[in-house]
Every structure is written in structure tokens, then in C-alpha cells.
Design a protein around this ligand. Structure first.
Ligand code: GLU
Length: 449
């Protein structure tokens, strides 16, 4: 990571002091500030009006109790969060994460990333994020519904199509968005489609939203590969995770002629040299809500299962970390480089540690940071909002063409910004600076608010 500009040191110190113990948030801020020295050297006015300090402080942070009754009649208590980070460009926009590891610091890190990501899409969306420490694993459908209803019974007063528009993230998919939307509609007596995105196709959702993050990550990575005359065709690809992002990363990579040989969950990974069987993976993960172990058990002659193994030890040309934050370490990155990796596209949010990012950059590996590479999900959410506002619904082809165009333009904006700042091919700098400039210009125009 580049050393921090001395003017930015007090900004980081303040963030550390004010958000004690929130390591993921510190990491995300440090990473962005590492790129901003170049901007304030070129345009010192950005350091004025405390724009950077204001960007690091969320506009509003909401924490609430989520009480619900489980199937045994026991009362359960979880904690709910919504961090409304920045609304200079549009209503707060970003997903909800339901996972036992979720704390205020997790949500702040994700919300901070979201501000820059959403700015990079060029669309009218601010940044926010939310979630809960609720663990959906092993919970019945009825329990998930009661939890979602309780969560929305508090959240409804803070969200709205012009205010804050949540969507999914880890642990929140179409089922959860359905229960949340149903409760919002009941409490407010409004069929306000644009209050949530990631909805089902029969009740206001958009084509391609489900596929968008994975497809977009592949499109972005493909654009990076094109700069070196390469493509997905015939490449060995490793995709970590096996949730929504991973499944549709695998689908698009396969459509482009790539061979995806491994994917994973938090228990282990599966290696299948002949290529992952996507129809089976979807059946197990999307319909049965099963595990990667079950996938491997269903493919005894071709698939090997590694319980607790390191997926990044598998040699590949393209790595797409699509599981969770800090899943790919410096050690993993060195192994991937040793095995000849040429491109890394982050499908998850901040999956590579700062040390891993350094290893890739120093080795000249094409590296697409999450806030650019995985922006296709939220961009398609913005397309969903657009369709909801005009009471329209577009075809799959039209929506996918828009997504592809948006990903190309994000790639080109990052690449052009990196060139402009004398760091050609540095997509980290390009994404951070291009995202920052768009938000900062809007904040400046709106005054000290
Ligand atoms: N959770 C996704 C992300 O990390 C999507 C958010 C959205 O669609 O609002 O960008």
C-alpha cells in the first residue's frame, strides 16, 4: 500500500480514534486514503472544506433491537444496523448482510466502500449498508420470515424510495427481500416498489439483478484481460464462495469459454478439473440451500473435496475471490503468483488483504478491486429503481446490455484515471480517485450539510 500523504495522517488518526476497535472500517479507510495523496497534490482544493473528513463520517448510524420468537417459542434478540453513509449523489443505496459476524464496524466498512462503488457506476445513488448479527444457517423459513418482519418493523421509518434503498448481501436474497418488502407494504400501506431492490420478477424485480454482481465481475475482468490481448477463453479459473456472486461468476466465465475448476464455502472447497457442473451447483445451493460437501458427494468420480483446505493453493490463470472480506491473504497471493495467475477480479467486498493486493501489484498481475469489479450488482439495482419509477420492466437482453455497458465504462473510467495520475494499469488508484472525485464534487456543490 502506498505510504499515506502527511496531510492525510491526521484524518486517519481521527477515524481510528473515533471508531475504536472497528478494524475492517479502519482497513477500508486506510486503503482509500492511500490513493488520495495523488489527488490533493494535483488539486489541493479537495483538502479544503474538510471534504475527506466528511466522507469518513457517516451521515447517520442507526442501531436497533430485533426481537423475534423462534420455532420453539423462545424469544431471540438480535441487533440491527443501518449506516446511511453519504447521500450527495442520491438516496443511500446498499445491501443488508445477515451473518453472525456483523458488527457496527462491518457495516461501516461496507457502507464506506459502497459510497465509492456507487459513485463509480455514474448512477444517481448514494451509499449505505445495513444488516444484523442474525444467523440464518439452520433457521426454518418461518423463523427467517419472523426475523425479517421484526427487522423491518424498525427499519421502515428510516427507508424509502427517495431516502434509503436497501438490497441483499451475504445472507439476504430474494426470499428475505420478499419478507422485508411484505412487512414494509403492510406497515406503510404503500406499494412502494423502489424502497428495496433485488425483488422477485413477479413483484417489481429486475431481470439480471440476481446474476448482475457475478456477470459484472466477469465483464470487468474481461476488460482488464483485453488490455493485454487476453480473454477468458480456455483459462483455468478459481472462484471462491458458492453463493449468489460465485454462481453467476461461474456462469458467465463458462459462457466466455473459461474452465472453472474450484469453488468453496466456509467449510471447504471442491476441485473438479473437468469443470464445475453449474446446474448441479445451482440445484444444491439455490434450491436445497445445501453445502459444497453435498456437491462433491454428488460427483464422486470427478470432484475432490478438501475440508478446511486452502482454495488459493489451486493453480489457476484467473482468480475471482467472491466469498467474503480478507479471505485471500499475502501468503495466498504469493502462491497464486508462483502458480502463474494473470488476473484477479474481486467479486466480494475487500476479499484480498492489503498485503495480498501489494503482492499482486508488485508482480504485475491485473487486479480489479471490489468497488469497481463488483459494482454490477448495485448498478443493476439502480436499473431496477429506474424501472420501478417508470412502472416498466425491461427484457433480460436489454438489461444485460446495460450492465455490460456500465461495467465497460467503469473499467474505462478507472483506467483513464490511473493514466491521468501517472499510474497506468493501477485499478486501485483509478477506482478510489474516480469514485472520490465524483462524490467530493457533489458534496462541494451542496455546501456544508
Ligand atoms: N450488496 C451489494 C454490494 O455489495 C449490492 C447492493 C445493492 O444492490 O444495493 O454492492
Amino acid at each position: 500500500m502506498p505510504p499515506l500523504d502527511e496531510k492525510l495522517e491526521p484524518v486517519l488518526d481521527d477515524v481510528l480514534r473515533r471508531n475504536a476497535g472497528e478494524d475492517l472500517f479502519h482497513q477500508a479507510v486506510r486503503e482509500v486514503l492511500g490513493s488520495l495523496g495523488a489527488v490533493i497534490a494535483k488539486h489541493p482544493d479537495y483538502a479544503e472544506a474538510a471534504l475527506i473528513e466528511r466522507l469518513c463520517e457517516p451521515e447517520r448510524q442507526i442501531i436497533f433491537r430485533v426481537p423475534w420468537v423462534d420455532d420453539t417459542g423462545q424469544v431471540q434478540i438480535n441487533r440491527g444496523f443501518r449506516v446511511e453513509f453519504n447521500s450527495a449523489l442520491g438516496p443511500y443505496k446498499g445491501g443488508l448482510r445477515f451473518h453472525p459476524s456483523v458488527t457496527l464496524g462491518t457495516v461501516k466498512f461496507l457502507g464506506f466502500e459502497q459510497v465509492f462503488k456507487n459513485a463509480l457506476t455514474g448512477m444517481p445513488i448514494g451509499g449505505g449498508k445495513g444488516g444484523s448479527d442474525f444467523n440464518p444457517r439452520g433457521r426454518s423459513d418461518a423463523e427467517v420470515m419472523r426475523f425479517c418482519q421484526s427487522f423491518m418493523t424498525e427499519l421502515y421509518r428510516h427507508v424509502g424510495e427517495y431516502t434509503d434503498v436497501p438490497a441483499g448481501d451475504i445472507g439476504v436474497g430474494e426470499r428475505e427481500i420478499g419478507y422485508l418488502f411484505g412487512q414494509y407494504k403492510r406497515i406503510t400501506n404503500r406499494y412502494e416498489s423502489g424502497v428495496l431492490t433485488g425483488k422477485g420478477l413477479t413483484w417489481g424485480g429486475s431481470q439480471v439483478r440476481k446474476e448482475a454482481t457475478g456477470y459484472g465481475a466477469v465483464y470487468f475482468t474481461e476488460e482488464m484481460l483485453h488490455t493485454r490481448g487476453e480473454s477468458f477463453d480456455g483459462k483455468r479459473i478459481v472462484v471462491s464462495g458458492s453463493g449468489n456472486v460465485s454462481i453467476y461468476t461461474i456462469e458467465k466465465a463458462q459462457q466466455l469459454g473459461g474452465r472453472v475448476i474450484a469453488c468453496s464455502d466456509s467449510d471447504g472447497f471442491v476441485l473438479e478439473e473437468t469443470g464445475i457442473d453449474l446446474a448441479l451447483l445451482k440445484e444444491i445451493k439455490e434450491r436445497r440451500r445445501g453445502r459444497i460437501l453435498h456437491y462433491a458427494e454428488a460427483r464422486p468420480s470427478t470432484a475432490a473435496y478438501f475440508s478446511g483446505g486452502r482454495i488459493w493453493d489451486v493453480a489457476c490463470d484467473i482468480a475471482m475471490p467472491s466469498a467474503t472480506q480478507n479471505e485471500l491473504t499475502g501468503r495466498d497471493a504469493r502462491e497464486l503468483v508462483k502458480n502463474g495467475v494473470i488476473a484477479v477480479g474481486e467479486g466480494a467486498n475487500m476479499p484480498c488483504t492489503p498485503e495480498a493486493v501489494n503482492v499482486f501489484m508488485e508482480a504485475g498481475v491485473l487486479f480489479g478491486p471490489g468497488k469497481a469489479a463488483n459494482a454490477g450488482g448495485v448498478a443493476t439495482s439502480a436499473l431496477e429503481m429506474q424501472q420501478n419509477a417508470s412502472r416498466d420492466s425491461w427484457t433480460f437482453e436489454r438489461t444485460e446490455a446495460s450492465l455490460a455497458e456500465i461495467m465497460r465504462s467503469i473499467h474505462n473510467r478507472c483506467a483513464a484515471t490511473a493514466d491521468e495520475y501517472g499510474a497506468p494499469g493501477n485499478y486501485v488508484l483509478g477506482a478510489n480517485v474516480a469514485g472520490f472525485v465524483r462524490v467530493a464534487d457533489a458534496m462541494r456543490a451542496l455546501g456544508v450539510v
